[in-house]
Design a protein around this ligand. Structure first.
Ligand code: F6P
Length: 358
């Protein structure tokens, strides 16, 4: 291959720039040109490109976000062309033809499960493609961890530690809402390392009375109680709390609001003063930590190597220090969920007294 393209798509996360740099520099060393696709699938369909040189990627691994921009709404085979009438069209073949006209022979897509479903379609329609998994949600079977997860866990832990000092001063319960969509990895890891007393995950509906009993028990021996709740967690028998539906987004649901609701319920039932904080996009913003820089760089150069050796149709990943590849699955790529019965950190957390709302 003489020219390849790279795109970041889906929600951004720390580490994306390290993957971009690794691809650009691996290619440069072999005299292969790299075209950056701007703003994810929107730019892919609209033809928004930028040539990437070594100068463009100098020290970018130290920056959060993505220098290429991203979008977590568009999908090339279900592309909104008329917002008034909500008319969607399959633009995949047109977009592939356009990028091929630029001399591009292969594509690397850095994305989450939704995004890599589109990458799979692009690969099947004739543009050789390799996927790199990224998401703070850590919900992809292809890689554990995914790019961005480790930094996000650190961001959650920092936030909980700050929240605890004020909760301690005021003898309060603070409910901390953590992202992750339907997968509880970020809440489990961030909540545990942040010493939360109660961790509520989307994979297991919680018993409100049980949560309140645990709050009272902890409050009887400590000044503060921290409840880490996943944005998609829900009370037994109740519906999940959705902040808004984004109709022109491929994945329409955005979660949010559970911490506020739960804080009110805990205060009403226990009589203990309660506050909440939804950590929101702070979790996925800012500088990547060393682990994400290393993981993203390794995956970037591995994806380049596979693509240019003709081994496309794969998602690359890490498993500890091992690099691995997985074919794009035949069916849709779905979110990887926690198995609470077998996950070793759940077992450890229970052993040290964390309550999961069971
Ligand atoms: O998938 C990453 C993620 O940050 C989720 O944890 C969260 O639910 C969602 O994206 C938020 O999406 P948006 O950036 O559209 O608000």
């Amino acid at each position: 291959m003489k020219k390849i393209a790279i795109m970041t798509a889906g929600g951004d996360c720390p580490g994306l720039n390290a993957a971009i740099k690794a691809v650009v520099m691996s290619a440069h060393n072999k005299d292969v040109q790299v075209l950056g696709v701007l703003d994810g699938y929107k730019g892919f369909v609209e033809g928004w490109y930028k040539e990437l040189t070594p100068k463009d990627v100098e020290n970018i691994e130290l920056l959060g976000g993505t220098i290429l921009g991203s979008s977590n709404k568009e999908c090339p085979f279900y592309y909104l062309v008329d917002k008034t009438n909500m008319k969607y069209v399959d633009k995949t073949d047109e977009a592939i033809a356009n990028i091929k006209k630029q001399g591009v022979e292969g594509l690397i897509v850095v994305g989450g499960d939704g995004t890599l479903n589109s990458a799979k379609v692009i690969s099947e329609r004739g543009l050789p493609t390799v996927g790199i998994p990224k998401t703070i949600d850590n919900d992809m079977a292809a890689s554990n961890p995914t790019i961005g997860f480790d930094t996000a866990v650190g961001n959650v832990v920092d936030a909980i530690n700050k929240v605890r000092s004020t909760a301690d001063s005021h003898r309060r319960v603070i409910v901390v809402e953590i992202m992750g969509r339907t997968s509880g990895y970020l809440t489990l890891y961030g909540g545990f390392a942040g010493c939360a007393d109660i961790i509520l995950l989307p994979e297991q509906d919680y018993d409100l009375d049980g949560v309140c009993e645990k709050v009272k028990e902890v409050a009887s021996r400590r000044r503060s109680v921290i409840v880490a709740v996943a944005e998609a967690a829900k009370e037994l028998g109740k519906a999940e709390t959705v902040a808004k539906m984004i109709n022109d987004s491929f994945e329409k649901k955005r979660y949010g609001g559970i911490a506020e609701k739960l804080a009110d319920q805990i205060e009403a039932k226990t009589g203990i003063e309660c506050r909440y904080v939804a950590l929101g996009h702070v979790q996925r913003g800012g500088t990547p930590n060393h682990n994400d820089i290393i993981t993203a760089s390794m995956l970037g150069s591995y994806a380049y190597e596979l693509l240019t050796m003709g081994e496309y149709g794969y998602i690359v990943g890490v498993d500890g220090e091992e690099l691995k590849k997985m074919e794009f699955p035949k069916d849709e790529i779905n979110a990887r969920l926690l198995d609470l019965n077998t996950h070793p950190l759940v077992k450890t957390a229970k052993a040290v007294g964390v309550y999961f709302g069971e």
